[in-house]
Design a protein around this ligand. Structure first.
Ligand code: TLP
Length: 343
């Protein structure tokens, strides 16, 4: 039985061409700034995002924490959405390692921050208050169903921050998915923010890594914090080579993942008891299944070779490189069979 792994786009494996690029990578010691492949990736990423500079990090989590440290002072507060990945899934690094408070404000179902809440969460000058240091947005928004923030959404939150000279960071782990959905270059979304992090190891199908982009000054500060967090990697060109390949060859194909997500969503919604929660806008598909304990359903699907995640009240399936249309159709057959026999 073929395993159809829909747990995440992080499970993607490098293509033969990507492996070839890794094998042939020119290397040096990146902590000395000597790795030509890392330097190439960082230059490419900065250009694609329309920023002055970029920094390869080990993970999206490391990029986000590095960004928060580079924007803020210890004791500052960072405004994040109440559904943000930074808040829920990054092990509290901002608190534990950064001495930063996270101040959640409401996310709507599109992943937008409620602007009135952002305004009232920004602290005035008063010795009783922790100073607000940064606002963070997420695009696409994972827990809001892979929803996409538009340029207008980003401009609106940027303007609120700008009234108080606050920088804006975008967790763009899946920013290229957002760009593909909107049909705009990623730089059109990145131009509203001071810093942006995007993942190499998700839909772009690299084995590891994330890239943090911003001004020269910001990236110089970030480089020091990355070192502090243990992210100074030596012959990191091994990783960067995959990133260089991915930026050239793996971005446009995300549209296939989005089409497959639509096919999956349509098939799921035709199964009695299953409801999309919400309909997908990118590669993430969330649904509920009436009458099922979702942990049990995930377990039973796993026994049938369909891997997915119970995300607390919803099941998440993700389409990605390595999942073809026929895999989606086969997954639907297995899900339908299971749910029908149990009905
Ligand atoms: N998300 C993972 C899990 O941690 C939930 C996934 O499978 O979706 N920002 C966003 C929006 C993310 O979705 C993720 C990973 C990260 C940051 C962190 O990236 P990594 O895993 O590279 O630290």
């Amino acid at each position: 039985m073929k395993i159809i792994d829909l747990r995440s786009d992080t499970v993607t494996l490098p293509s033969p061409e990507m492996r070839q690029a890794i094998a042939e990578a020119e290397l040096g010691d990146d902590v000395f700034g000597d790795d030509p492949t890392v330097n190439r990736l960082e230059a490419m990423a900065a250009e694609i995002m329309g920023k002055e500079a970029a920094l390869l990090t080990t993970s999206g989590t490391q990029s986000n924490l590095t960004a928060m440290l580079a924007h803020c002072q210890r004791g500052d507060e960072v405004i994040v959405g109440d559904e943000a990945h930074i808040l829920h899934y990054e092990a509290g690094g901002a608190f534990a390692l950064g001495g930063l408070g996270l101040r959640p404000v409401r996310n709507d179902d599109q992943g937008r921050l409620n602007l009135e809440d952002v305004r009232s969460a920004i602290r005035g000058r008063d010795i009783h208050f922790p100073p607000t240091g940064l606002i963070c947005v997420e695009n696409t928004h994972n827990r809001c169903g892979g929803s996409v923030l538009s340029e207008d959404d980003l401009a609106a939150v940027r303007d609120v921050g700008a009234e108080h000279s606050l920088p804006l960071h975008m967790d763009g782990a899946r920013l290229f998915n957002a760009a593909v959905t909107l049909g705009v270059p990623a730089s059109h979304l990145a131009r509203y923010v001071d810093s942006v992090a995007f993942s190499l190891c998700k839909g772009l199908a690299c084995p590891v890594g994330s890239v943090l982009c911003g001004t020269q000054d910001f990236v110089a500060r970030a480089r020091r914090f990355r070192k502090m967090l243990g992210g100074g990697m030596r012959q990191a060109g091994i990783i960067a080579a995959a990133g260089v390949y991915a930026l050239a060859h793996m971005v446009d194909r995300l549209a296939e993942d989005h089409e497959n997500a639509q096919v999956l969503a349509q098939g799921l919604s035709s199964i009695p008891g299953i409801s999309l929660a919400p309909p997908p806008q990118s590669d993430l598909v969330f649904f509920t299944a009436e009458g099922w304990d979702l942990g049990e359903l995930v377990h039973r699907l796993c026994q049938r070779g369909v891997l997915c995640l119970d995300e607390g009240g919803r099941i998440r399936m993700v389409t990605h490189y390595g999942i073809e249309r026929h895999d989606v159709e086969e997954a639907l057959v297995r899900i339908r069979e299971l749910v029908a026999t149990e009905a």
